[in-house]
Design a protein around this ligand. Structure first.
Ligand code: NAD
Length: 559
């Protein structure tokens, strides 16, 4: 049942979802006292479910702290009324040189909520790649002649034009990724935040300075053509985080969406043609080989990649012969540390949500939960009580908090971790030991109680709704365990003793540490991973420099 203002689009060959075929809510651990329903904060006037989780009605409702509105207000109002040209949301094309292009070969992705195939999409071939690269290089030369401010204004204009299609794009995103509609809408709307933030950044560099024997001026110039290679878990928001800094810096961009989620990205780029000159923003759908062709191409100058660590390593190698600039935003296995002084009723549901939201398919989801031994049992119980109430189901069903896993490949990977945990006889505190087949890729949120430190469920990134909880005793010990991984993307710390939280945060080998909140990255701050979780960073005031050359002019004239 749709709760957004717009009706979901009919899906090709989609069987009507039957709630019966969705796995039943967790029943492993019965809760002795009634637990309030888990809720979510929603940006929409007609939320799918109630405001964010809280364990007791007397307690204040947690509100998200990001003030999207004030950031959107950074942008000046549109100069001209924005018209809404017709866009066909049931036919999909690559966009090359400002034109919609079909291809002899096509592929389709599946709706993860029903396993039914969605629309056909053209699979880009080598010729498409060549043409897109040629257009991108020609268009970039002219685009770079525009001033910084002009490029920022065009991006703001795009934000306004794009906002005409938020309902349709929300429908598409919900169909292709299966996350509850309200969260899909939030992702679609994140365009405004990324555009507004990047549209008020000053051109880096500035006036020269006197260095005694010379004047020194540092200039920042565009790199040329950027290829943005994106994953399936948050296709639009991760794309915006590359698109705006790349084009404001004076580059052109070719976007390669994941083959599992091509639809909303293809339409977003099609809409972008209403604003950007041909060739500045292009998109090529296809399998991994399209990404590989872009990485190898001598006339592409930068790869901005978000995805898995193994692919990141392959890209780094493949980019070496052409000495491309590379930014890698990769996977992680984020630790969550719970201090002994937390309010258990308030924090346990938030920790559960930070692990299970979006079925655990967020790069900075909490993936290993360390709870102080003095509160381990009651905290775990509160998490179990909350988790057993989380409704799993079709993204348009009322009160659904988590939808299916996005694709069959990931479903099988997560299933493997369930099977391994079952084989090793770890305790399933909540959730079923066996993942049952159903009409979609649904998995109930599951907590493994105190598996060994070297278990697969602790050492591997599940990217699914299964999480280990373990007790800790000493601060040094938990820091060492949290850092005992090759990855270092994010971490969360919960406690009333803020000084202690900060002290632990400084010891975390992670690119982003969140204190007393689930992980909530924002374009206002740099985002990147330590260790194998990435190379370089994006976003924040400095992120745009990752799309620019740094040039220094040493001027000795008149000295
Ligand atoms: P993936 O690495 O399988 O694929 C990502 C993209 O790379 C896809 O578009 C794919 O077609 C393309 N690709 C695959 N092989 C390629 C190659 N050899 N050359 C060029 N392109 C290639 O990742 P995924 O499964 O789509 O994403 C899930 C992973 O992404 C998780 O590990 C998650 O933690 C990570 N992730 C990280 C961040 C972050 O910001 N750090 C954000 C979201 C997801």
């Amino acid at each position: 049942m749709a709760t957004s203002s717009s009706k979901p689009m009919p899906e090709p060959n989609r069987a009507t979802p039957s709630p019966k075929s969705v796995p039943k809510p967790n029943k492993t651990t019965p809760s002795p006292k009634p637990v309030p329903k888990p809720n979510m904060a929603t940006p929409s006037p007609k939320p799918v479910s109630k405001p964010i989780m809280t364990t007791s009605p007397q307690k204040p409702v947690l509100k998200p702290k990001i003030d999207h509105k004030s950031l959107t207000d950074l942008a000046p109002p549109p100069q001209k009324p924005v018209t809404k040209p017709q866009v066909d949301f049931k036919s999909f094309s690559n966009v090359i040189g400002g034109e919609l292009r079909k291809s002899r070969n096509t592929f389709s992705a599946k709706n993860p909520a029903t396993k039914q195939p969605l629309w056909d999409v053209p699979a880009a071939n080598k010729q498409d790649v060549e043409q897109a690269v040629r257009y991108a290089n020609v268009a970039q030369k002219e685009w770079a002649k525009k001033t910084w401010k002009e490029r920022q204004q065009i991006c703001l204009r795009f934000k306004d034009v794009y906002s005409n299609y938020v309902d349709e794009l929300t429908d598409l995103l919900t169909l292709e990724i299966g996350r509850p509609r309200v969260w899909c809408r939030r992702e679609v709307e994140s365009c405004a935040l990324h555009a507004s933030f990047h549209a008020q950044l000053p051109l880096p560099g500035g006036d020269g300075f006197d260095a005694g024997d010379r004047e020194i001026m540092v200039r920042y110039t565009p790199l040329g053509v950027v290829a943005a290679i994106c994953p399936w878990n948050a296709p639009l928001v991760l794309c915006f985080g590359k698109l705006f800094p790349a084009v404001i810096a004076g580059n052109s961009i070719i976007i390669k969406p994941s083959p599992y989620t091509p639809y909303a990205t293809l339409k977003m780029v099609e809409i972008a043609q209403q604003v950007f000159p041909p060739g500045v923003v292009q998109v090529l759908a296809g399998d991994n080989s399209v990404g590989a062709s872009l990485v190898e191409h001598p006339n592409i100058h930068k790869i901005s990649f978000t995805g898995s660590i193994p692919t990141g390593k392959r890209i780094l190698q493949a980019a070496a012969p052409t000495m491309k600039r590379v930014t890698l935003e990769l996977g992680g296995n984020d630790a969550c540390i719970v201090l002994p002084d937390v309010d258990i009723d308030e924090v346990a549901p938030k920790v559960a949500i930070s692990a299970f939201l979006s079925s655990g398919q967020i790069c900075v989801s909490s993936k290993r939960i360390y709870i102080h031994q003095s509160i381990y049992t009651p905290f775990l119980k509160a998490m179990i009580d909350f988790t057993s109430q989380i409704k799993v189901g079709h993204p348009d069903e009322e009160d659904v908090i988590i939808g299916p896993i996005q694709n069959s490949m990931q479903f099988e990977k997560v299933k493997e971790l369930f099977e391994d945990s079952k084989r090793k006889e770890y305790r399933f505190a909540v959730g079923s030991k066996t993942v049952e087949e159903s009409m979609g890729y649904y998995i109930n949120p599951t907590i493994i109680d105190n598996p060994p430190d070297d278990s697969r469920i602790v050492t591997e990134e599940p990217f699914g709704p299964i999480v280990p909880c373990q007790p800790w005793r000493y601060e040094k010990e938990v820091i060492a365990r949290a850092n005992n991984t090759k990855t270092g993307l994010g971490a969360t710390i919960w406690g009333k003793d803020i000084k202690r939280c900060e002290r632990i945060a400084h010891e975390m080998e992670a690119g982003s540490v969140f204190i007393n909140s689930a992980a909530r990255p924002t374009p206002l701050a740099p985002f990147g991973g330590m260790k194998e979780s990435g190379l370089g960073s994006e976003w924040g005031p400095s992120g745009i420099k990752a799309y620019m050359n740094e040039q220094v002019i040493h001027n000795f004239s008149g000295r």
